[in-house]
Design a protein around this ligand. Structure first.
Ligand SMILES: Cc1cc2nc3c(=O)[nH]c(=O)nc-3n(C[C@H](O)[C@H](O)[C@H](O)COP(=O)(O)OP(=O)(O)OC[C@H]3O[C@@H](n4cnc5c(N)ncnc54)[C@H](O)[C@@H]3O)c2cc1C
Length: 438
């Protein structure tokens, strides 16, 4: 086994880990980033498919609003973003219909959401505030929205967080040309320029720690350092797959109390953008299709509009996605194509013939992610605070799940959390000049 000594070891090379590595190495620290997979970027996973020349965004895809860190880094990276636009459609019994907003009948919902002052699970809010047959559609829409957008289990997710998001100003959404790969590659290059050493393909198995004296073990390397930053996903923390010695029971309990959601995302490349042919879609004009909602197994779909591609992306979030965590790619593809066939009233064989390629990544079954992203639970801030406090100025945590605010679950949240953790680590270094290393 190789031995290696650093000032700081960062576990995980996702957005949080890379951000912290840039900050810490810029301050002169000798930093190692130890990453389980063979690549950097974590849930910013884009694959360039050589056969079709397609950039496939299997994880993060959208920039949700004007986000300071994401946009400043993208600017530094020379990456271009474009605003998402186009029409929203829904599949109802009567056929395809235009939809005005993500939640229809929002004028009924808004005052009820604004009246919530004490947090409660979204499911309880639905039952108490949206009772009665006149609210049947609204109940379903709120449930679908919380599950679809937040990947949330509504028995646990926060109504106040939902209210904040829905009653706030509408933020423009963007896509990055070249995908989040641009951001990951730029950040990795910045790290390497500043002397950060990457150890890829090395899952951390055990962390032995005392104040300012940490050993990090993989199957190849024993790392020694005085400060450690753990940026693995909440799902990995909840799974207990990394052993801490001594154990950190209060951090373990906090991680388990937070909400971590599941998602199925499948990208389909067709030979032609069939949805743009009005004769195939009931005479409707879907040329500028942005989002399409339905009640099928894979209910939500989007195109890359205004980019002119033949890709449709299917999405399912929340407990129904978790229930599919053992489904194979082929089973997901079957569900996706049968959903689209019903949504567009097509001949069953049509889409199979028109399909050129399909890609998915099973985030829930992946041992280095165990799910997709976090959602706000009732009283989540208390548990986040526990994880934000370092153990003995030595073991720190960061990642999208630790960020408190509406960006929770996003790349921006991970970047902000990584930056904050790095600042805390640097200031602890100033406060505690004496080290007790071996
Ligand atoms: C399908 C999907 C769609 C999404 N869509 C969007 C979107 O459109 N916009 C958006 O902003 N966000 C989106 N997100 C969320 C966003 O991708 C994440 O919030 C963000 O990338 C998380 O960054 P992170 O650094 O906190 O964690 P991660 O990216 O999970 O990084 C942690 C790293 O730790 C590594 N690791 C795990 N275990 C170990 C171990 N034992 N030893 C060493 N390393 C380990 C992992 O391999 C990973 O690289 C999406 C996520 C998914 C899954």
């Amino acid at each position: 086994m190789t031995k290696a000594q650093f000032d700081i070891v960062i576990v995980g090379a996702g957005a949080a880990g890379l951000m912290a590595a840039i900050e810490l190495s810029s301050a002169g620290k000798r930093v190692a980033v130890v990453e389980a997979t063979s690549r950097t970027g974590g849930r910013m996973l884009c694959v360039q498919d050589k056969d079709t020349g397609t950039l496939v965004q299997l994880g993060a895809e959208f920039v949700h609003g004007s986000l300071p860190l994401t946009q400043s880094l993208l600017q530094q990276a020379g990456a271009t973003t474009h605003q998402i636009e186009g029409s929203i459609w829904q599949r109802k019994e009567a056929g395809l219909q235009p939809q005005q907003d993500f939640i229809e009948g929002y004028d009924i919902l808004e005052p009820k959401l604004k009246a919530v002052t004490t947090d409660l699970p979204v499911q309880e809010f639905i039952q108490r505030q949206l009772a009665g047959p006149q609210c049947a559609n609204m109940r379903q829409e709120v449930q679908d929205y919380a599950e679809g957008y937040y990947a949330a289990d509504t028995n646990r997710s926060s109504t106040l967080a939902l209210a904040e998001e829905l009653t706030g100003d509408d933020q423009p959404q963007y896509r990055i040309e070249g995908g989040y790969l641009q951001l990951a590659q730029y950040m990795e290059a910045q790290c390497r320029e500043k002397g950060v050493q990457f150890f890829l393909g090395q899952p951390v198995e055990q962390i032995d720690w005392q104040r300012e004296n940490v050993s990090v073990t993989t199957d190849k390397t024993l790392f020694k350092c005085s400060q450690l930053l753990v940026t693995v996903s909440l799902g990995v923390l909840q799974s207990g797959s990394i052993k801490f010695v001594p154990a950190l029971p209060q951090y373990d309990a906090a991680a388990k109390a937070l909400g971590y959601g599941h998602v199925v995302k499948i990208n389909l490349l067709f030979r032609q953008a069939f949805w743009k042919r009005s004769t195939l879609v009931g005479g409707q004009n879907l040329a500028d299709l942005q989002f399409l909602f339905s009640e099928e197994s894979i209910p939500t779909w989007w195109s890359q509009h205004p980019l002119n591609t033949n890709i449709l992306t299917g999405w399912l979030g929340g407990p129904k996605a978790q229930a599919l965590q053992h489904a194979s790619h082929d089973e997901l593809l079957q569900l996706a194509l049968s959903s689209l066939t019903k949504i567009f009233d097509l001949e069953p064989a049509y889409l199979w013939q028109d399909l050129k390629a399909a890609w998915s990544h099973n985030w829930s079954a992946d041992p280095f992610f165990h799910g997709a992203y976090s959602y706000e639970v009732v009283d989540g801030a208390t548990h986040q605070k526990t994880l934000q406090q370092p153990a003995e100025h030595t073991v720190y945590f960061a990642g999208e799940a630790l960020h408190h605010g509406p960006e929770l679950g996003t790349v921006e949240a991970a970047l902000q959390s990584g930056k904050q953790a790095a600042a805390a680590m640097l200031s602890a270094g100033n406060e505690v000049p004496e080290t007790t290393g071996q």
